[in-house]
Design a protein around this ligand. Structure first.
Ligand SMILES: [Zn+2]
Length: 369
């Protein structure tokens, strides 16, 4: 993304519009964002990079509107009162991402139920300092949503062989550990990346790639594999993961499987982490209960929500597993303002308590901020 240059004529036009927006901001009058980002001059540049597919969910966008999303929303930031939006980036090509309608504005469904608000004007931070004016540096922000155009971010997303997007086997960052949030899980939740239409398609593709790779000595088959894992192919990250898995299986037994494809594990509590996570709690829970699944309940707006904590340290909500209590609580309630440690309650030896209470009891040294 960095270094992408729009044609000079487009740049000049966009600059004039941005100058008008800047003047409107200074005068506190209405800002008018002419949609130059939808013009072919710049959209074709973006499409050239990875083809006609959504940069977030990697679905092909054929015979449907190709939306250019502003990674940092231009006119407002949801849940950040008083933020004017990143208007100064409205015509900055490095802020543009190709997005399908579902990722951009919602519509994804899970088991027939509409879920997620999609990205829209959401731009939560997990840390850092939020930029509010055009002189603030966005480099000080630590976005919660994974950025498909930011080196390293796509690697935090993994896929299991059933086609589900998952957090890859990478350690939590300090900001994630401190906030009790997993960037990959939050991205999956907000963009509904495990939409019930998407998962079977991803799963089938992964099976196909696995089979092709098993019998793939011939040039034609190799070409087919290359097509499926190429950056312009749909769900190519999942295809590449299926290929890596198959290659790992083909290697001698001593060779370790690629890290990103194995089930997620969480590093042990260390000094750099200010909080424990669900995995750390497991040893303090009855293994038999965990095997059967420990019921968690939470209340939000007079409604009771149920979930199950399993022996892998996941909280299952509506059939989907989450790695952090907060993302599980947000997935259950649809609210993005819930702390899952305070929300979820479990009953141990007849005593009902929050996950936060349980954590404090077993990890009293953990600083709660
Ligand atoms: Zn999408």
């Amino acid at each position: 993304m960095q270094g992408l240059t729009a044609p000079p004529a487009w740049e000049a036009k966009a600059k004039r519009t941005l100058d008008a927006v800047r003047a409107a901001v200074a005068a506190s009058t209405e800002r008018v964002f002419t949609m130059h980002w939808t013009e072919d001059a710049v959209r074709d540049l973006l499409l050239e990079l990875v083809g006609v597919k959504c940069w977030y969910c990697e679905t092909l966008i054929v015979r449907a509107d190709v939306t250019v999303d502003h990674y940092r929303p231009k006119s407002e930031v949801l849940d950040v009162p008083g933020h004017p939006g990143y208007w100064w980036l409205a015509y900055d090509v490095s802020n543009y991402r190709i997005a399908c309608k579902h990722c951009n504005s919602g519509g994804a469904r899970y088991n027939g139920v509409r879920e997620g608000r999609a990205k829209g004007s959401q731009f939560p931070l997990i840390g850092g300092t939020r930029a509010r004016t055009s002189v603030d540096d966005v480099e000080y922000e630590q976005p919660l949503l994974l950025d498909p155009a930011h080196p390293g971010d796509p690697d935090l997303l993994g896929f299991d062989t059933a086609g589900y997007a998952r957090r890859s086997n990478t350690p939590y960052s300090q900001a994630e550990a401190k906030r009790g949030l997993c960037r990959a899980d939050e991205t999956i939740r907000i963009l509904a990346l495990n939409d019930s239409h998407l998962v079977p398609l991803r799963s089938r593709l992964m099976r196909e790639v696995g089979v092709l790779a098993r019998f793939g000595d011939e040039l034609d088959i190799q070409q087919l594999i290359d097509d499926k894992v190429g950056p312009k192919a749909p769900w190519s990250s999942a295809a590449a993961m299926a290929l890596a898995l198959q290659r790992a299986c083909d290697r001698p037994a001593a060779a370790p499987a690629p890290a990103a494809t194995t089930p997620c594990t969480t590093p042990a509590v260390d000094a750099a982490r200010s909080r424990v996570d669900l995995q750390d709690l497991l040893e303090h829970l009855d293994p038999d209960n965990l095997k059967a699944g420990i019921t968690l309940t939470g209340r939000h707006e007079k409604k009771v929500h149920q979930a199950v904590l399993n022996d892998e340290g996941q909280i299952k909500v509506l059939g989907r597993p989450w790695r952090t209590p907060t993302t599980a609580a947000r997935a259950a309630t649809g609210s993005s303002k819930i702390d899952g440690w305070e929300f979820w309650r479990l009953t141990i030896a007849g005593v009902e308590q929050t996950l936060a209470d349980f954590r404090t009891k077993h990890f009293p040294h953990i600083a709660l901020t």
